[in-house]
Design a binder for this molecule. Structure first.
Ligand code: PLP
Length: 395
């Protein structure tokens, strides 16, 4: 018999979203080479790394140049100094993970898929939709059934478990990409109680936690009982601009067990088999981010993005357009005006005012009729885009 490839890949839907956007923009640019474009579609950061991280990177490179300070392989689950630094970051919010519950990673995307190794493929995944596309695709690649729970205006884009819900592995993203919605403590408690009651596990994607304001939870571990039912996946990508540098962390409590198996111990086994650690140089930069100095510096970038978000939200307010997010997240999720479909609205914005956003339908069918604006762009472009939106959309 010949080798069989993983047939689950046949079940993946083509991911047209960013390809389709890039093609439409390229065609428009060719037809109108003199018109500037205003990009509010990107999910990537635009500000450079903070000074504390840059200095740590340079120092770590110098370490690698000298025999005395040179480091070879690092421990697979993270160098202790990095795990302690992340634990210290949690402790600022009175969450006190044991450093051995923190695992270094190359970023959240890698982990969102890799973590599925811990669960039998027969356990379905529940995904609140619209959603970051990796949840669905990683689950399908692993041969897992995917079920959806719809995030919609009626539930403030924050669906909650109901008595008849059957879910074993639950992806939650708060603050959400794309809707910017954030679960409060009471709402997260409902998910935690549901998961503990049923023996389910929550995969909590906290990639945008640094944007949360006020008393809303940054981490699922701020909610009692989460240590027996949740894994948190986070990264420095949006917290500290590490999208191209690549560094993240995953928290798996030692108290998390299913069917007599300890998930923390299983992940140690997984990492020590499937990785040889993460770059010493990058972990040193991560440690610098979590110092007082680093945290102050990353705050400046987050505030800078929040100012962009304010400019966009003010414009939508003036136009009388309903939107969600923007306050505790870098994304604003707006209702397309006059019941337009997301791709039609994308075309309108591109053709009439040269502003590029992201059609909600690209995050799943539940996103139809909505449109995502990103605050990660440059402030001048964001201001011009906001003025243009006002001219186009004011009622
Ligand atoms: N999770 C969400 C919700 C995201 O939006 C992103 C990136 O945009 C990621 C995870 C991936 O982040 P990373 O750069 O750490 O892989």
């Amino acid at each position: 018999m010949s080798l069989k490839p993983n047939g689950n890949y046949r079940n993946l839907k083509e991911s047209y979203l960013f390809f389709h956007i890039a093609r439409k923009v390229e065609e428009y640019r060719k037809e109108h080479p003199d018109l500037p474009l205003y990009r509010l579609g990107i999910g990537d950061v635009s500000r450079p790394l903070c000074d504390a991280a840059i200095r740590a990177l340079h120092a770590a490179v110098n370490d690698q140049a000298e025999e005395k300070t040179f480091r070879g392989y690092t421990p697979e689950c993270g160098i202790p100094e990095f795990r302690n630094a992340v634990a210290g970051y949690y402790a600022r919010r009175n969450v006190t993970p044991d450093p051995e519950e923190i695992f270094v990673s190359s970023g959240a995307s890698d982990e969102l898929g890799d973590i599925l190794d811990l669960f039998d493929a027969s356990s379905p995944a529940l995904i609140t939709q619209p959603a970051y596309p990796a949840y669905v695709d990683a689950s399908v690649m692993a041969g897992r059934e995917v079920r959806f729970l719809t995030a919609k205006p009626e539930n403030d884009f924050l669906p909650l478990p109901s008595d008849d819900l059957e879910a074993d592995l639950i992806y939650l993203c708060s603050p959400s990409n794309p809707t910017g919605a954030v679960y409060n403590r009471e709402q997260l408690q409902k998910w935690v109680d549901y998961a503990n009651g049923r023996g389910a596990v929550i995969l909590f994607d906290a990639a945008y936690e640094a944007f949360v304001e006020g008393n809303l939870p940054h981490s699922i571990f701020e909610v009692p009982g989460a240590e027996t039912c949740a894994i948190e996946i986070c990264s420095l990508s949006k917290t500290a601009g590490f999208t191209g540098t690549r560094l993240g962390y995953t928290v798996i409590p030692k108290a998390l067990e299913r069917d007599g198996m300890n998930l923390n111990a299983m992940w140690v086994r997984n990492r020590t088999t499937k990785t040889n650690g993460i770059s010493y140089i990058l972990q040193k930069a991560g440690i610098a981010v979590f110092t007082d100095e680093g945290l102050l510096q990353i705050r400046e970038s987050i505030d800078h993005y929040k100012e962009n978000a304010r400019v966009l939200m003010n414009a939508l307010d003036e136009c009388g357009i309903k939107y969600w997010g923007g306050k505790n997240a870098p994304y604003i999720w707006m209702a397309c005006p006059n019941g337009m479909k997301s791709w039609d609205f994308f075309d309108l914005m591109l053709n009439e005012i040269q502003v590029i956003g992201t059609p909600g339908e690209g995050f799943g069918s539940a996103g139809e009729g909505f449109f995502r604006l990103s605050s990660f762009g440059n402030p001048e472009d964001t201001k011009i885009a906001a003025e243009r939106m006002k001219l186009l959309l004011v009622r």
